[in-house]
Design a protein around this ligand. Structure first.
Ligand code: 5GP
Ligand code: 5GP
Length: 223
């Protein structure tokens, strides 16, 4: 299989925390800071080439295949939290990722499966039951957040973080005559996404193996 026709080993089902998404992205023109995890995408993925496949040849997104009930479901589970253009977001994700797994899921199945995955576990509730609720100053360790999710799903998820733009990157001027300090590590990073992994057929959830998208040893903020 060549890359452009979409060779992949497993799926990553990526859910985003909308407030973080709009803190780290400058192009949130019409932010929807929902307090629930929503879908970013379902990404066919490779163990050997982590960001592949993407942008494969295949059927272009067709809006008519999002039938009314599916549209209603996706408006809840998969909203565009940046600019409110849900259809364009779905189109982008299908064209970049979905088309690479078309041999397994056609466009309709791709969106139906994604919505079903979203319904299967409510990350927001799982975290709330573990007393992990959005808070502007509190932070958690990677395992604080992963553990309750792992217990509920019986599978290892992956956390993806982004640097907190509110934390200055050591730009403070040094006092005269003093040598610059070595870079100090950030105090915390923002929880951006939670990833579930599924085997090739997108049915059975498996442990995620990809390197966490969070810096080890740096506490995680969830706000
Ligand atoms: P980031 O820089 O946030 O890690 O990733 C930017 C984009 O690259 C993602 O939105 C996604 O489209 C793609 N990407 C990142 N990691 C992966 C991965 O593990 N698998 C696939 N298929 N795409 C990825
Ligand atoms: P990716 O991160 O998958 O490579 O690309 C996501 C694309 O969808 C970006 O161009 C981003 O601006 C757009 N987009 C629209 N709405 C959303 C949203 O709610 N979340 C994310 N992560 N991207 C969105």
């Amino acid at each position: 299989h060549v890359m452009s026709s979409g060779s992949y080993d497993y799926f990553q089902f990526v859910q985003q925390w909308p407030p973080t998404n709009c803190i780290v992205r400058t192009k949130c023109s019409k932010p929807r800071p929902l307090q629930i995890f929503t879908i970013h995408g379902l990404w066919p993925s490779n163990y050997s080439n982590p960001k592949k496949p993407s942008n494969c040849n295949g059927s272009k997104f067709e809006d008519r295949k999002v039938y009314p009930q599916l549209r209603k479901d996706l408006k809840k589970s998969w909203p565009d939290v940046e600019s409110g253009n849900d259809t364009r977001f779905w189109e982008g994700e299908w064209n970049k990722h979905g088309r690479c797994s078309e041999q397994t899921l056609n466009q309709m199945q791709y969106f139906e499966r994604s919505h079903a995955m979203w319904t299967s576990f409510n990350i927001t509730e799982i975290l709330k039951n573990a007393s992990i609720v959005p808070h502007p100053t509190q932070t958690w360790t990677y395992s604080d957040i992963v553990s309750p999710i792992k217990t509920a799903t019986k599978r290892t998820p992956l956390l993806r973080c982004k640097p907190d733009p509110a934390q200055p990157k050591n730009q403070r001027p040094q006092p005269k005559g003093q040598r610059p300090q070595p870079n100090s590590p950030p105090q915390s990073q923002l929880l951006h996404e939670v990833v579930f992994c599924y085997e090739f057929n997108a049915l059975k959830q498996i442990d995620c193996n990809r390197t966490p998208g969070c810096i080890n040893q740096v506490n995680i903020s969830f706000q």
